[in-house]
Each structure stands twice: as structure tokens, then as C-alpha cells.
Design a protein around this ligand. Structure first.
Ligand code: MLT
Length: 318
């Protein structure tokens, strides 16, 4: 058996195989900068890539990764300037972030994947699909919008930058959570609030300010929605004030193959505020897109590789 596994691994390119199993926070060079990502789940399963919101990092998807990695290869990464990814020297823009994503997929030799992006992650995901339709099977747009910033929103971004420069990131984090979470979550989701504040405080001041400029300068993509051909799931927290359900409704009406689901007991961070409902929606959607690909271990080559992948994955995540 051991001999069989070793020869199977060899024939599957040892280096590429084990590269996936250095555990969480794998660092790789993409677009001339160090990008941090986590890559879990069976090797031969469909690939799902999650893109976090501003100014957070890949750990906001922990509860989705835990669930979905049972049936899918799940990749979460830190957008440049966030989490453990470098910021680089170029001016931040949504198109630059989108280009980084495509180059990360190229680096990991992923030809096709499904994307799930929340808020800023959704702006990136939508651009990625619009400009590279051949690379994606499906899309989840969560608590996001295709609209550009209004003049009032742009003024708010400038005020936020001034406030960060004057009062620091910690004060910005305290103010942000009041808008990110539903009033109900503010009293029931203590751990999530602590974690979101930590994510914000661990993001460099300069990266937060540059991201605010990128968000403010982003182009609208609503006129592209009617050209989307892949299945799209739109999720939004019922109390999301930043990208409200009306915007999701508008996107739903303009994307032909789309489904809209409103997440209860949640505002802008619906995946963290109501992970059960959120995960159910994701499971149902991806299982339909991929015609239910739950692994059945039958003893053939692929299933042995999958078992081995999962075991290595568990070992190395400690
Ligand atoms: C986010 O959660 O990514 C931001 O709220 C996006 C934005 O401010 O436009």
C-alpha cells in the first residue's frame, strides 16, 4: 500500500503536490509581491476562491472554509496590503486587485474556479468575471454592489482618511464595527466583533487609506451585468446599510441566471453574523453548479489521493 501511495504521488508531480500542504498562510510571489493564501480540500475537487472585504483579511472566511473544504478545494487569500500580503508599490485600484487574483490563479495553475466575494471582494470578483469570463464557473456576490461611489460616498472616504490620519486605526475600527454589524449582532457576536477589530487594527494605516482611494475611484459595472452567462448567487444581510438589499435586488433583476437570498439576523458581514444560513446557501448553490460532487471514497487512485490530501492537511494545520 505504502509503495502504491509513494509511486502515485511521484507520478502526480511531488513538488506541486506537497506545495499545497505547507498549511495555512502559504506565501507565494504574485505580480512581484508576496501574497498569503490558504489552500484546503481535496486536490481534484472544484476550486472555490473567496475574496474578503475592506479592510479585513482571509480569516473572515474561517467558518465557510471549515464547511466547504469537505467537498471543495477552497482557497482564501489576502488582498495586497491586507492580512499577511505585501502592499507593493503600485497605486491600489480594483483592477489591480483583480489582476492580482488572475495572476494568483495562474501561479497555482487553476484554469477555472468559482468566486465568492464580499463587498470589496465582490467588486473584485465582478471585475474578474467581466474581464475574464472563461476563467470562472460561477460567482457569489455577497453584500456588494455594481455601482460606483456617489459624490457623497467619495466625501465620506476623504473624511475617513482624515480621521485615520488624525485619530488612528483603532478609533476607525471602533467606528467601523457599528456599521458593519447589525445592532443585534453588536450584543450577540462578541467574538466576531473582536476578530473584525483585530483585522482592521492589523492592517497598516497607509494600506487602509490607499484602499479607501481605490474604492472611491472604482468604476461602475452595472452595465456589464446583462452579459454575465454563469450562475450567480447574490447574498445580502437583511440589515446591510453599506450595500443594502435594494442594490442586490437590482443586480438580481439584471443578471439572467441569478438567485437572490437575503440573510436574516445580519448586516454587512453576513457570512460572520449568520454563518449557518450563509453556508447553507453556498452549499446549495455550489452543489448545483457542480452537480453535487461530494466525494465517495471507492479505493481508486483519485480517492486514495484525496484521503491522503485530507490527512496531510489536518496534520499540517496544527
Ligand atoms: C467593504 O466591506 O469591503 C467595504 O465596506 C466596501 C466599501 O466601503 O465600498
Amino acid at each position: 500500500m505504502q509503495h502504491y501511495i509513494v509511486s502515485t504521488i511521484k507520478s502526480n508531480n511531488l513538488k506541486n503536490y506537497f506545495m499545497r500542504y505547507f498549511g495555512n498562510n502559504i506565501k507565494t510571489l504574485v505580480n512581484n509581491l508576496v501574497v498569503s493564501y490558504t489552500d484546503q480540500g481535496p486536490d481534484d475537487a472544484p476550486v472555490l476562491i473567496f475574496i474578503h472585504g475592506f479592510p479585513l483579511n482571509k480569516s473572515m472566511w474561517n467558518k465557510q472554509v471549515e464547511e466547504l473544504k469537505k467537498n471543495y478545494r477552497v482557497i482564501v487569500y489576502d488582498i495586497r496590503g491586507h492580512g499577511d500580503s505585501d502592499a507593493g508599490t503600485e497605486d491600489f485600484s480594483i483592477r489591480l486587485f483583480e489582476n492580482d487574483l488572475i495572476m494568483l490563479m495562474d501561479k497555482l495553475k487553476i484554469n477555472k474556479a468559482s468566486l465568492c466575494g464580499l463587498s470589496m471582494g465582490g467588486y473584485i470578483a465582478l471585475n474578474a468575471l467581466v474581464y475574464n469570463p472563461e476563467r470562472f464557473d460561477s460567482l457569489v456576490l455577497s453584500d456588494t454592489s455594481c455601482l460606483a461611489d456617489t459624490p457623497e460616498a467619495k466625501t465620506k472616504r476623504v473624511n475617513a482618511i482624515n480621521s485615520i490620519l488624525e485619530k488612528g486605526v483603532s478609533n476607525y475600527a471602533d467606528e467601523s464595527v457599528k456599521n458593519l454589524f447589525a445592532p443585534e449582532s453588536l450584543s450577540t457576536k462578541e467574538a466576531e466583533i473582536v476578530s473584525v477589530k483585530e483585522m482592521i487594527c492589523n492592517t497598516k494605516e497607509v494600506s487602509i487609506c490607499c484602499s479607501l482611494l481605490a474604492l472611491s475611484a472604482r468604476k461602475e459595472t452595472c452595465h456589464k451585468l446583462s452579459g454575465i452567462e454563469v450562475p450567480v448567487l447574490i447574498l445580502v444581510g437583511e440589515e446591510d446599510k453599506i450595500t443594502p438589499p435594494e442594490v442586490s435586488q437590482m443586480m438580481f433583476e439584471n443578471i439572467k441566471n441569478s438567485t437572490l437570498h437575503i440573510i436574516q439576523h445580519a448586516a454587512h458581514l453576513s457570512n460572520m453574523e449568520n454563518p449557518e444560513e450563509y453556508n447553507n446557501q453556498l452549499q446549495r448553490f455550489f452543489n448545483t453548479v457542480y452537480k453535487k460532487t461530494t466525494k465517495v471514497l471507492t479505493g481508486n487512485d483519485n480517492s486514495i489521493m484525496s484521503q491522503l490530501s485530507s490527512k496531510l492537511n489536518i496534520l499540517l494545520s496544527f
